[in-house]
Design a protein. Structure first.
Length: 239
């Protein structure tokens, strides 16, 4: 079964836009679990423009499902936070300072030695490691050499192709990358711009997906459909 991890960054964005603690991101994490999702994802950034570092600490106290922390491991503050809170999984993303949203995967060939070193630090702390990669066979092969546990396929390109009616050509490189990951013994996650329209087709073509992480689209749908109902609708796409 492919697990659904809900990224709650957008709750924090809304809270921070007004000040105070409404909506309460800790309650959002509790509700994600209560409404049937398999995990909670957060992506703290150095400027804390959405999820704050202390939010991560508070969520850790109440988490009963899988906890996934995404972020840029070049920031020592991020590394320290992950080692302190010890989530089930850390997803390493090659963001730059001030980046609006993640927009590319790791060059696992160029950064192999760096990734091997940082991944070893997290694995020594018994934290499963996933690294963000583009659907490129070479990058998947490079990822296997870093000793990561999983890769997360960056799915923006798939989502764009799906949106213009080119779903077959859009999903093809992802299937190829996923097959290579499976061949190399890597676990497989996916995320970015997945939604109620394109999720089922991706799952049908890559049925061995371990996990998808979805935030923006799910929270937008929840405004119209309700949070609990939306989580269940996304879960159905993964059956």
């Amino acid at each position: 079964m492919t697990k659904l991890s809900v990224n709650i960054n957008k709750f924090a964005t809304l809270r921070n836009s007004r000040g105070g603690n409404n909506p309460d991101v800790v309650k959002a994490a509790i509700d994600v679990q209560r409404f049937g999702a398999d995990g909670v994802t957060v992506h703290p950034r150095p400027d804390e423009r959405h999820i704050r570092y202390n939010d991560v600490r508070e969520i850790k106290k109440i988490i009963t499902t899988e906890f996934n922390i995404e972020g840029n491991c070049a920031e020592q503050k991020f590394v320290d936070l992950v080692l302190e809170t010890k989530p089930d999984q850390v997803t390493l993303v090659p963001d730059t300072l001030g980046q609006l949203t993640s927009d590319h995967g790791w060059d696992t060939i160029k950064n192999k030695d760096y990734l091997k070193d940082i991944i070893a630090i997290f694995k020594k702390a018994d934290i499963r490691v996933s690294i963000f990669v583009d659907p490129d066979i070479r990058m998947v092969e490079g990822a296997a050499e870093t000793n990561t546990d999983r890769i997360e396929l960056y799915t923006e390109s798939y989502a764009k192709q799906f949106g213009v009616g080119s779903r077959e050509s859009g999903v093809k490189p992802y299937v190829q990358a996923a097959l290579k990951a499976k061949e190399l013994g890597l676990g497989l996650n996916a995320g970015h711009d997945l939604d109620l329209n394109n999720l089922k087709f991706l799952k049908e073509n890559i049925p061995w997906l371990d996990e998808v992480s979805i935030g923006h689209a799910l929270v937008c749908d929840a405004i119209y459909l309700g949070f609990e109902n939306t989580i269940q609708l996304y879960k159905r796409q993964l059956m």
